[in-house]
Design a protein around this ligand. Structure first.
Ligand code: 5GP
Length: 187
C-alpha cells in the first residue's frame, strides 16, 4: 500500500441489517479497504472463522486487555463484550489502508468523541419488520435472542443522526454503491 496514512471509517447499523455483506463486497471492489477484526466473547456462529470474522476470546482474556488499555473502544452488547484492538488498527492505518470499524453505537459514540472528524456511516433497514424477517431468515439465533436484537436495533436507530451518512439497505447493490461513493468522495 501507499506511504500515506489510511483513514478510519466508523460503520454502524442494526444487527442483521446486512452490514457485513455490504462490507465484504466493498472489500472485493476496493483493495484499500480493510476491516478491523474485533475481539468478542460471543460464541462463533456456524461458518465463522477465528481470526477472520472475530478473534473469539474468553471473558477473562477480554478483561485483561481492557485493563491494559488495549482497546480503541469496547462495549457490552446482548451480554457479550466486543472490542477493537488498537495495535491492529494502527498497523493497518500506517500501511495506508482505509480501516473500517464495524461496531455498534456505544462503541461508535466513543470513537466519535476521540475522532470528531471521522467519516461515519450508519446502515438502516427499510423497516423493523424487514429486519425481523432477515434475522429470522438467518436462522442463527433463537426467538428470544432475535427479540432482544430487535429491541437493541430500535434503540440503536435513535443514534443514526449522530452519523455523517445514513444509508438504507433496501436493495443490496444500491447500498453497496452508495457506501462506495461516500468513501471515495471522502478521500
Ligand atoms: P454480532 O454478534 O451480530 O456479530 O455483532 C453484534 C454487534 O456488535 C454488531 O452491531 C457489530 O457491529 C458490533 N461489533 C462488532 N465488533 C465490535 C467491536 O469491536 N466493538 C463494538 N463496540 N461493537 C462491535
Amino acid at each position: 500500500m501507499s506511504e500515506k496514512m489510511g483513514r478510519l471509517v466508523l460503520y454502524s447499523g442494526c444487527s442483521g441489517v446486512g452490514k457485513g455483506t455490504i462490507l465484504k463486497e466493498l472489500m472485493k471492489r476496493d483493495d484499500s479497504i480493510r476491516l478491523s477484526v474485533s475481539d468478542t466473547t460471543r460464541a462463533p456462529r456456524p461458518g465463522e472463522v477465528d481470526g477472520v470474522d472475530y478473534n473469539f476470546v474468553s471473558k477473562e482474556q477480554f478483561e485483561k486487555v481492557i485493563a491494559e488499555n488495549g482497546y480503541l473502544e469496547y462495549a457490552k452488547y446482548c451480554d457479550n463484550y466486543y472490542g477493537t484492538p488498537i495495535d491492529q488498527v494502527n498497523d493497518m492505518l500506517t500501511q495506508g489502508y482505509n480501516v473500517v470499524l464495524e461496531i455498534e453505537v456505544q462503541g461508535g459514540l466513543q470513537i466519535m468523541e476521540n475522532f470528531p472528524n471521522i467519516l461515519s456511516i450508519f446502515v438502516l433497514p427499510p423497516s423493523l419488520e424487514v429486519l425481523g424477517e432477515r434475522l429470522r431468515g438467518r436462522g442463527t439465533e433463537d426467538e428470544a435472542a432475535i427479540k432482544k436484537r430487535l429491541r437493541e436495533a430500535e434503540h440503536e436507530m435513535k443514534y443514526k443522526d449522530r452519523y455523517k451518512h445514513v444509508v438504507v439497505n433496501d436493495k443490496l447493490e444500491d447500498a453497496i454503491e452508495e457506501i462506495q461513493g461516500i468513501i471515495a468522495n471522502e478521500r
